[in-house]
Design a protein around this ligand. Structure first.
Ligand code: APR
Ligand code: ZN
Ligand code: ZN
Length: 370
């Protein structure tokens, strides 16, 4: 099959059509990947922000059709349409049983670049290939744990469903699950990429009356308005914290989201939050990023709450159907997130577009020549 492979950190991706798949093992499923979003976290593996072994098939935001099931698979059957989840959720471990399936203990294995047992099902020329998040949606097919997918109705277009797998669950989940946005709240979102735009539409659904979008590209700020932002701040031109203060009568916003993953913007998010307010950290920083906070004035006198948000604090089995309902009702924009449809051969250009700020999301449609 054909797949886009990252051969080594800091190298361009290479597309090859001689990638081999093993049969799905017990509890595993072969999925024909129909579409995959190109997310910043894929780029973060390329540049080392998210360290994973190479060579690796990237891609963790996808949807497809179940083609074959391994021994003991009960959650899905051949022919089912599925959204892939970049965090497996077993429902049985300590964190799953404590209402935090987005931290499922089975997901620890994702750091190995393999399946749940740490081994990989992909190879090329006899050498193993790793797969991002036990998925690897830049391949036409993927062997995936059965606990890494959610069945969806057949009438949902799969290129639209793909985006739910990361950007939508993460962004909308940050607003609806992680944060406690009250009707009429002021919200600021720092970073308006594929994930940040979803935080904005989630904040709108949660009833925020003022949504301040912050980005360094005017193109992103225009998209932010379409997704529900009421005010925009170009962080390249001005001090984002002062601007947010100015838009909130000097108090700071009730809830501020950081959706980039940089130390300085994390500090901005904390400083732009009002006293007693809430900060939600969504962006994935490099492993060595530290933040400098004044203990007395962050936590004590100003009583701010800082929450980490992994995968939108989602329960994928409940949240994927919920998001699809919102989309069907017209409250959630999905098609509008897709700026470009591309082939897997064009993935390097999609990375460049993401960095240039010209797209919300590029979506790969696999051609399945074989
Ligand atoms: N100030 C303001 N905006 C910035 C800055 C900055 N210093 N640096 C980057 N941005 C903006 C970019 O212009 C872009 O619009 O942040 C946005 C990031 O968007 P994408 O590159 O599309 O990334 P996305 O896929 O949304 O992911 C955002 O969430 O899931 C994580 O790993 C992912 O950390 C990443 C974050
Ligand atoms: Zn679990
Ligand atoms: Zn992602």
């Amino acid at each position: 099959m054909k797949a886009a492979i990252l051969p080594a950190q800091d190298s361009p991706l290479e597309t090859h059509d001689d990638v081999e798949l093993a049969e799905p093992g017990p509890g595993e499923v072969r999925v024909k990947v129909v579409a995959s979003g190109v997310c910043h976290s894929d780029l973060s593996v390329q540049n080392g922000t998210i360290p994973l072994p190479t060579p690796i098939v990237l891609g963790h935001e996808g949807a497809g059709i179940v083609e074959a099931v391994g021994e003991g698979v009960t959650k899905v059957a051949v022919g089912d349409h599925v959204v892939l989840s970049f965090v497996p959720a077993c429902g049985e471990c300590y964190t799953c049983k404590h209402g935090q399936p987005f931290l499922c203990e089975q997901s620890n294995s994702s750091a190995t670049g393999g399946m749940l047992d740490g081994t990989t099902r992909l190879s090329r020329g006899g050498a193993p290939l790793f797969q991002m998040a036990a998925l690897g949606t830049y391949g036409e097919y993927a062997i995936v744990p059965e606990i890494s997918m959610v069945k969806i109705p057949d009438d949902v277009p799969l290129h639209v469903a793909a985006l739910i797998g990361c950007g939508v669950l993460t962004g909308v989940g940050a607003a609806l699950n992680t944060a406690e946005i009250q009707e009429g709240d002021s919200v600021a979102v720092i970073g308006c990429g594929g994930v940040g735009l979803n935080v904005i539409q989630g904040a709108k659904i949660a009833g925020a009356s003022r949504i301040i979008a912050v980005d360094r590209f005017d193109s992103k700020l225009e998209m932010a308005r379409e997704f529900g932002a009421t005010d925009t701040v170009n962080a390249g031109d001005t001090d984002a914290v002062i601007e947010i203060m100015g838009l909130t009568e000097g108090r700071g916003a009730d809830v501020v989201f950081e959706v980039i993953g940089l130390g300085p913007t994390i500090e901005q998010a904390i400083n732009a939050t009002r006293k007693g307010g809430e900060v939600v950290l969504v962006g994935v920083p490099r492993m060595d990023v530290m933040v400098n906070l004044n203990a007395a004035f962050t936590w004590l006198y100003l009583a701010k709450t800082i929450k980490g948000c992994w995968y939108g604090s989602s329960n994928v089995y409940e949240d994927v159907p919920k998001l699809l309902d919102l989309w069907k009702q017209g409250s959630l924009k999905l098609e509008e997130l897709i700026s470009k449809e591309i082939t897997v051969d064009e993935v390097n250009e999609a990375f460049a577009d993401m960095q240039a700020g010209t797209v919300a999301r590029s979506v790969i449609r696999h051609a399945h020549a074989d």
